[in-house]
Write a protein that binds this ligand. Structure first.
Ligand code: PLP
Length: 285
């Protein structure tokens, strides 16, 4: 396996970053993840746009042009012979003597790219059964719209989910409303049959998959309410699901141990998964 580190492809086992990388010491960095379908980056435009936005919000210099980055990302996919999988890109503010304030502006950002294959047949089997989610109090910072590598609350939430046999954890804010998952956006078809997902503000990541699913819904003539919901509404919902580059569209069959609907993947979630995969297979670059 090959990994891209600061201008070079190196063997995965030999890939290293400096001990004073600001990502390592201060979580001063951002990342982006693309799903790979048929060797191409799905929803590439949305992920590139969010990447530049994350960098700009944190005033991290762009490490290279869009065109150059595209070449390197595709090369990472090609070299690792990934047909179906994920590409991970991380950009930190670079290496400098430890100091909370920014280093000299000439410090180059540090770039790492890792591509890995994924067994789509296994994920389809998982999607056919759906996943359970747990809820956990929202304890992240006020800028969850930036895709930073500061993921400790997300890691702890995901571990809590795993220990309870669940596949995702939903954060619940002080108003008792679900914000999003540890690595996904949250959706329900509520008791009245309304499809709902939270509106986007600084409290959640603007999921690229969420955006594409919204476009697919519009094409299907289906309406969506961008309105938050409570865990109780999710338990009483007809359907629930999550979206993300890793999960695509994944049906949720239980919330905190309560079955959602009949406890099986819902028809809309199942249909949206198929539609999204079809879109992802066509939209890749
Ligand atoms: N919310 C969080 C916290 C995430 O980490 C992710 C990443 O997958 C998402 C939502 C979904 O975003 P996207 O659809 O762009 O992958």
């Amino acid at each position: 396996r090959w990994v891209y580190v600061n201008g070079q492809f190196v063997r995965h086992g030999q890939a290293m970053v400096h001990v004073e990388d600001r990502g390592y010491q201060l979580a001063d960095g951002i990342y982006e993840v693309w799903a790979v379908f048929n060797g191409a980056l799905a929803d590439s435009e949305g992920h590139f746009e969010r990447l530049w936005r994350s960098l700009d919000e944190l005033r991290i210099p762009h490490p290279m042009s869009r065109a150059a980055l595209e070449v390197v990302l595709k090369e990472a996919v090609r070299r690792n012979r990934v047909r179906e999988g994920l590409v991970y890109l991380q950009v930190t503010r670079g290496v400098a003597k430890r100091d909370h304030a920014f280093p000299h502006p000439s410090t180059p950002p540090a770039v790492v790219i890792v591509a890995r294959g994924l067994d789509r047949a296994a994920t389809e089997a998982k999607a056919a059964g759906g996943i359970s989610v747990i809820t956990t109090p929202e304890n992240r910072w006020g800028r969850c719209d930036i895709k930073t590598v500061g993921l400790l609350p997300n890691a702890l939430a995901k571990q809590a989910a795993r220990e309870r046999g669940a596949g995702e954890a939903w954060f619940v804010d002080d108003l008792g409303l679900v914000t999003e998952g540890a690595s996904s956006n949250a959706w329900i078809v509520d008791g009245e049959g309304n499809l709902r997902t939270r509106d986007t503000n600084a409290n959640i990541l603007r999921g690229v998959t969420r955006r594409s699913v919204m476009d697919l819904l519009a094409k299907e003539g289906l309406t969506l309410q961008e309105k938050p919901f409570t865990p109780e509404e999710a338990k009483a919902a007809r359907e629930a699901f999550i979206t993300g580059a890793g999960s695509l569209v994944m049906p949720v069959v239980a919330v905190d141990g309560h079955p959602v609907g009949d406890g099986k993947p819902g028809p809309l979630a199942t249909r949206l998964r198929a539609l999204y995969i079809e879109h992802a297979q066509k939209s890749g670059i």
